[in-house]
Design a protein around this ligand. Structure first.
Ligand SMILES: [Zn+2]
Length: 395
């Protein structure tokens, strides 16, 4: 659950899991050839986005673009601006904002792809609730490269393309998988974090199962993550708290015997198969599957094929798999496979916002939570908690 600061090391199930997605399909509008330009970079959208309302009272259109420089030149990506219905959709990604959302596969910084280079661009296009949800989106893209014919000159190119239809599936409405106050939605929507960055090619295809995943941890009375030794799981007051089914369905995947890990660092030699630790996958209908991960050793109370009802205890929160501290990793995906699926948005029927945690990295080192009690506070219905929002579930 290590967040941001420690980059892609986060707890979780991390960079390990990926997902099958409805392949993005070209939206209808194809520009006439007379306006077409020859672009040195190929851009492919990985998923058909399904917008979700966040606790920030905005709708979020979340998708990834894979960029491959097909030329032998250095090409700078200067702007990616999501568009819909002939207008901008959210703020354009340029400068630092683009750089923070772009991961160049060579490890280079900046936004320039070398010859044959490639990158992943992680888009969150958010817009006001009054705006109608578009049926399709596209992106205005600006590129620049040195003019090979004229030393010192720069060629600039802008085009609108890279389009996809928008999913018509509404986010599934869930009950909370946990109960009680001061749960923190670590690595939640919609910034760049280890969940979002978990884009590994599984059997040769990039999957993004954790696109909307949340790592839930709970602050104690002193607003700390733990009291006592950092490496003792029982220092974390919420360790072995019950995990509840968030929706009814049939259990289609279970792992139960993996050992507990020592909090404070990630285990050595974690494989992708053990990344989620002990887990339960429930088919909740309409092509959606709920995933509850890192459950305590031998605590899973359901078996494959069993029907579960909302609120039923399915296991206890633990610290198994690729994890550096007790937490519940929860997400919804479009297949029963935690590795080969595409992450889908979801909302919780009701919760109370208790503020925003400013020092998510600090609490993992023992700091007292630095809480902004004015931000993301109040009663919420049918929305997705935002990253590092503090929430109370139930009464
Ligand atoms: Zn996670």
């Amino acid at each position: 659950m290590r967040s941001q600061g420690s980059a892609f090391r986060l707890f979780l199930f991390l960079a390990v899991v990926l997902g099958v997605g409805a392949a993005a399909s070209p939206a209808s509008a194809v520009r006439p050839d007379s306006q077409a330009v020859l672009s040195p970079i190929d851009f492919q959208i990985l998923n058909r986005p399904a917008p979700v309302r966040g606790a920030d009272d905005r709708r979020h259109m979340v998708y990834e673009i894979q960029a491959v420089n097909q030329s032998g030149m250095d090409v700078q990506i200067r702007k990616v601006a999501p568009r819909a219905q002939g207008n901008r959709l959210g703020l354009p990604f340029t400068g630092d904002r683009l750089e923070s959302r772009m991961r160049i596969n060579s490890g280079a910084s900046g936004t320039t792809l070398g010859p044959g280079g490639s990158a992943m661009i992680f888009i969150d296009a958010s817009y006001g609730l009054a705006r109608r949800t578009p049926k399709a989106i596209s992106n205005a893209i600006s590129l620049a490269w040195d003019d090979t014919a004229s030393a010192g000159d720069v060629v600039r190119q802008t085009f609108i393309g890279v389009s996809t239809r928008v999913s018509r599936q509404k986010p599934v409405v869930l009950s909370p998988p946990l109960r009680g106050a001061k749960w923190v939605a670590v690595n939640g929507c919609c910034s760049m974090n280890p969940h979002r960055g978990a884009t590994l090619a599984i059997d040769g295809t990039v999957r993004v199962p954790e696109r909307f995943a949340i790592d839930f941890v709970q602050l104690n009375r002193q607003d700390r993550l733990f009291s006592g030794p950092l490496n003792d799981p029982f220092s974390y007051g919420y360790y072995r708290t019950p995990v509840f089914a968030a929706a009814p369905g049939r259990v289609v995947g279970v792992k139960r015997h993996l050992p507990e890990q020592v909090p404070g660092s990630l285990p050595d030699g974690a494989t992708i198969q053990m990344a989620g630790g002990n887990y339960v996958v429930v088919n909740i209908g309409h092509g959606r599957y709920a995933f509850y991960a890192h459950l305590a050793t031998n605590s899973v109370r359901v078996k494959r094929g069993q029907k579960v009802r909302t609120g039923q205890i399915i296991g206890l929160l633990g610290n198994t798999g690729n994890t550096d501290g007790p937490h519940l990793h929860f997400h919804v995906m479009n297949s029963p496979s935690p590795l080969q699926s595409s992450g889908l948005p979801f909302v919780f029927r009701g919760f109370r916002g208790q503020g925003f945690l400013r020092n998510v990295v600090g609490i993992q080192a023992g700091e007292i939570g630095n809480i902004d009690r004015r931000r993301l506070r109040g009663r919420y219905r049918n929305v997705l908690p935002m990253e590092d929002q503090i929430v109370r579930f139930g009464r």
